[in-house]
Write a protein of this length. Structure first.
Length: 160
């Protein structure tokens, strides 16, 4: 089953709440759900959105195009999800499984996690943005914190 649906702006706003990011509009979800021979469901697809961010360097606003990949196995029986029924070491395939609750596939959490994990921790408007350097104080006596003047005098004395 293929599913192409818009991601509503209010849903994106709620998903981005308390992250420092905002949405520029609605997104788009393109998902394919396939039932496997073992009764599991393979969910693969992409969530796309345009997110508003503030550059950590120059503090200007800019847009980030997000294209978050989604890939997970959903198991109808919670016993098939490792860690829920017994204590054992998990491998990579085990970490890609989640349980289905009921007869409806609710993908909200998966989509939200995929979008949030695709966002940068320290967003920059462009990779070379170094505007913070312009805000550094010049190396003169007036711009130095008075509490640090003894250290500067010690450094000057050591150089002599």
């Amino acid at each position: 089953m293929n599913l192409i649906e818009p991601i509503p702006r209010p849903w994106l706003s709620d998903a981005l709440a308390e992250t420092g990011f905002e949405t520029s509009g609605q997104g788009k979800l393109d998902i394919r759900v396939t039932e496997t021979a073992t009764g599991q469901y393979l969910v693969m697809g992409v969530a796309k959105a345009t997110i508003q961010a503030t550059c950590v360097s120059c503090l200007e606003g800019f847009e980030i195009p997000v294209k978050a990949e989604i890939s997970v196995f959903l198991c109808a029986d919670p016993k098939e999800v490792p860690g829920l029924s017994e204590a054992r070491d998990l491998d990579v395939e085990d970490l890609q499984k989640e349980a289905i609750h009921g007869e409806t596939l609710v993908l909200d959490g998966l989509v939200r996690d995929a979008i949030l994990l695709d966002l940068p921790m320290n967003p920059r408007c462009r990779p070379e943005c170094q505007a913070w350097r312009d805000r550094l104080p010049q190396d003169d006596q007036e711009s130095i914190d008075p509490r640090l003047l003894p250290l500067k005098k010690a450094r000057v004395a050591k150089e002599d």
